[in-house]
Structure formats: structure tokens, C-alpha cells
Ligand binder design. Structure first.
Ligand SMILES: [Zn+2]
Length: 462
């Protein structure tokens, strides 16, 4: 698979604009961990990729958790003494404490204040607050608006419903030559927040579209789940099948201007960790690789000790560390088409590395083979060794069956693409054998082993 090449050649020219538009279409929906907002979001994704939607009933036990009642909301407001809507859910869904129980009362400001949330440090922004597991109601508003509220009586109304229902999540599976899987997971439970949830789910959807059109070595599973409880529910229902997950990535917060951050899996040195380090290095933009920590997005669940799956997390800004996090400032202006497109390309490059990472055997391992007579060496000697020859020498030297192309790229400092290209040329000239192909051939026809080129290498006597 050459996913990046396919995206560059066949992807729409304004890919970033399209991903941004998809996020913009989903932005107004009031999502939560359950309810119709999640369903509408999944249905929108389903128009683009073959997504299966699953429903887990309220009350179902999922490991130590229980699926909560389903939450839906129609309207909410605070009216002043003149009957004017001064806080209006219809204008911004962040105004309501997510999962608020219904309420319709009149009360003085003194009492209302207990149910109002603001960010004093960012007085113009509306915070995003939730109360999933403790029944409460509330409104979020800018601190400046709160300060300006006159001391009078207010009418508060939240037309919400908490009922026996379901938690919804979506799953999209593309089988490959192998049953071993690459898992891509993102959360879909935040209302009008662009970087935190929409950037990840929009890029994931586009990545799935491109993966769908390719010949695949691995099978691919894309998950669109409500954060924490959705991932836990998925793991509970699939715990017998997770052993096939060979590589996994959580995508979140990948639309803003920050450089990339990759948080390693709990195991810390699995192939996806090494692949992402090389991909970020080759990408050339400023980035940081972070060690695993038990807080963050759904990698917390995938990397809980019972599962300990090889799942990392790709972000631009790290959760909780940027001022716009969980506020109305994480809006459609905060995510940029160009950044979304770059994130998609980075994910595609990662997929290419995973798909093409192989081990080879050097068929002439006694001293260096003469590259010149095979047309692999420049005819006139130069001073500095060029990167093409450097890559050929690294591949030959490390093709001992132990090292993968990824190892060679990491050790040599040569880009994965350069190493891959060197391996292809060496294989074409008969200097390398693909270990997987050798093994497959041996499985098919044990007799064929005798005609394996490796048997023509001179045997040294000691
Ligand atoms: Zn969040």
C-alpha cells in the first residue's frame, strides 16, 4: 500500500477544506456520551464510510462501569425579569451543563449562581462542563456575562430527558490480507468543540475512506466512540478479539496550529511507537514524543494493564494544556484546513510505514557485495557518501532477518521512504530476500527451499 501517494495523486486538491467542512457540518450538533447527538454524528459519518452502529442498553455492566441513562435535550434557557432569553442553548449548546437533568423554576440570582459555571481567567469564553455520573443541572456562560447579571429573579428551563435508552458507537472494518488489525479510535461525545473531538473524527473518517480504496496487508478497524464509557463498552464487548490488534492509534486534537505530540503506548517501544517516532522525524516539523501516562484520551482504556494493547495517541496540542481546551474558543476558527490535511497525511504516512515494514535477508552476507557491477553505485567516486548509497549499505548490513526496515530507518537516520526504496532496489537485483515471502514459500512447498538463492552463498569453513 502507498496510501500517501494515493492521497497526493487522487485526493481532492482542497482536502483540508473538505475535512474542515465536514467538521463544520457536525459542529452544531449537541453531542454527549449518549443520545441522538451521537446518533446524528454517526449517521453523518455513515454517509461516507460503511459504519456499523451499535447500541448498548442503559444499565448494561461494562467492566466496573454501568451504561448510564440516555440523555437528550430539546431546549434550555435563562430568562431575565423581562422574559428575555439571556442564556440560550439554541445559540450555543455549551451553555448547558452536559447531562443536566430537567428543570423549570424561577429563582433569585443568589440561588441561580450555584448552577452557573464560568472561567474567570478567560472572561469572554464559555466553558464546557459535564455531569454524567452525578445528577445535576447547570448553565455555562462567560464570566463577563455573569458579572453583568442584575440581582433579580430569573426563569431557568432545561427541557432535557434522562431515560432508559442506549449508548451508541460506530465501527468500520476493512479486512486485509492478514487478520491482524490496525485500530484507529476517536471520541465523538463533545458538543460544539472543534479540535477536541471533531478534528479527530473528521480526519479518521477521511483516513478510512482512503484506506478502504487500497489493497491492505493489515485489517483496519475504525472506532467512533463516546469517550471513556464508549471505549470501555467496546472493550467489554470485544475483549475476546483484541489479541489481533497489532497497532493502534487514538486521534484527538489534530486540527490546530500546534506541532504534533505523540504519546507512546504503555509498553513504550512497540512497533507503532517506533513507527510514529520515525514518521514524525521524517515529517520534519517540530514535534514531541511523550511517554505513556494513565491520563488522557481512550488510550487509557486500551492501555489499562489487563489489555495493555499497543495503542498510542496522536495529538497536536495536548489535552488540558492549551487555553482553548474545553471552552467556546475551541471553535471552527481554532482548527485550520491546512492542519487537518497535514494530520491526515501524517496518519497516511504512518499507515504506509506499518504496511511496508518488513524484514529481509542479505543473500550475500560475506563482505559487501559489489554494488558497482549491479548498477547500484555511482561510477565516479565522490567525497561524501550520498544518502542513497548510505541507505543501500544500511539495508544490506541490517538485513540479517532480525532488523526491520523501520529499525534500519531509525538507526541510520535515513527516512523510511529512502530505506524502503533501497530495499526494493536490492531485492530487484537479487541481493535481498523478503523473509515473509521466504516463509510463505516454504509453507507452500518445502522442496522449494533447496532452490532458495540463499543456498548459493559460499559456506565458510572454520
Ligand atoms: Zn475533551
Amino acid at each position: 500500500m502507498q496510501l500517501l501517494k494515493q492521497i497526493e495523486q487522487n485526493g481532492p486538491r482542497d482536502l483540508g477544506e473538505q475535512i474542515h467542512q465536514f467538521a463544520a457540518d457536525l459542529y452544531p450538533i449537541c453531542r454527549s456520551i449518549t443520545g441522538d447527538g451521537v446518533r446524528r454524528t454517526l449517521t453523518a459519518i455513515q454517509t461516507r464510510i460503511p459504519l456499523k452502529i451499535f447500541e448498548v442498553p442503559t444499565g448494561a455492566d461494562v467492566f466496573d462501569w454501568t451504561i448510564p441513562k440516555e440523555w437528550n435535550i430539546r431546549d434550555a434557557y435563562i430568562k431575565n425579569a423581562r422574559g428575555e432569553r439571556i442564556v440560550d442553548f439554541q445559540r450555543c449548546n455549551l451553555h448547558v451543563l452536559n447531562y443536566s437533568v430537567p428543570v423549570h423554576e424561577r429563582m433569585p440570582l443568589r440561588k441561580l449562581r450555584d448552577h452557573l459555571f464560568t472561567i474567570p481567567d478567560r472572561p469572554d469564553w464559555i466553558p464546557y462542563r459535564t455531569s454524567y455520573y452525578r445528577e445535576n443541572w447547570g448553565f455555562c456562560l462567560s464570566h463577563n456575562q455573569l458579572k453583568a447579571l442584575p440581582d433579580e429573579e430569573y426563569e431557568v428551563c432545561i427541557e432535557s430527558a434522562l431515560t432508559q435508552g442506549h449508548l451508541s458507537y460506530g465501527e468500520c472494518y476493512f479486512p486485509g490480507a492478514s487478520d491482524e488489525e490496525v485500530l484507529i479510535s476517536c471520541h465523538i461525545c463533545h458538543p460544539s468543540l472543534a479540535n477536541d473531538n471533531l478534528s479527530g473524527l473528521a480526519v479518521s473518517t477521511y483516513l478510512a475512506q482512503f484506506v478502504a480504496a487500497e489493497q491492505r496487508r493489515y485489517s483496519y478497524r475504525f472506532l467512533f466512540v463516546p469517550g471513556t464509557i464508549g471505549a470501555i463498552a467496546w472493550l467489554r464487548r470485544n475483549c475476546e478479539k483484541v489479541a489481533v490488534i497489532r497497532h493502534g492509534l487514538v486521534l484527538s486534537g489534530i486540527g490546530n496550529d500546534s506541532g504534533f505530540h505523540y504519546k507512546k503506548s504503555r509498553r513504550g517501544n512497540v512497533e507503532i511507537d517506533r513507527a510514529m517516532s520515525v514518521v514524525l522525524r521524517d515529517n520534519g516539523e517540530p514535534h514531541k514524543v511523550l511517554d505513556f501516562s494513565p491520563y488522557g484520551y481512550d488510550e487509557r482504556q486500551y492501555c489499562s494493564p489487563g489489555f495493555n494493547l499497543p495503542v498510542g495517541c496522536l495529538m497536536r496540542s495536548v489535552w488540558g494544556t492549551f487555553p482553548e481546551y474545553h471552552t467556546s474558543a475551541d471553535n471552527l476558527d481554532f482548527i485550520k484546513p491546512q492542519r487537518l490535511a497535514e494530520s491526515l497525511r501524517l496518519c497516511a504516512t504512518l499507515v504506509d510505514v506499518l504496511e511496508n515494514n518488513r524484514r529481509y535477508r542479505n543473500l550475500l552476507p560475506y563482505c559487501e557485495p559489489q554494488l558497482g557491477k549491479r548498477g547500484l553505485y555511482r561510477s565516479t567516486g565522490g567525497q561524501a557518501i550520498d544518502s542513497e548509497i548510505d541507505a543501500l549499505l544500511w539495508v544490506l548490513n541490517l538485513s540479517d532477518g532480525e532488523h526491520s526496515l523501520l529499525d534500519m530507518s531509525a538507526t541510520s537516520g535515513q527516512s523510511f521512504a529512502t530505506i524502503c526504496d533501497a530495499a526494493r532496489r536490492l531485492q530487484e537485483t537479487g541481493l535481498l530476500a523478503d523473509i515473509c515471502e521466504e516463509e510463505e514459500e516454504r509453507d507452500r512447498d518445502p522442496e522449494a527451499v533447496t532452490s532458495n538463492p540463499i543456498d548459493f552463498t559460499p559456506r565458510l569453513s572454520h
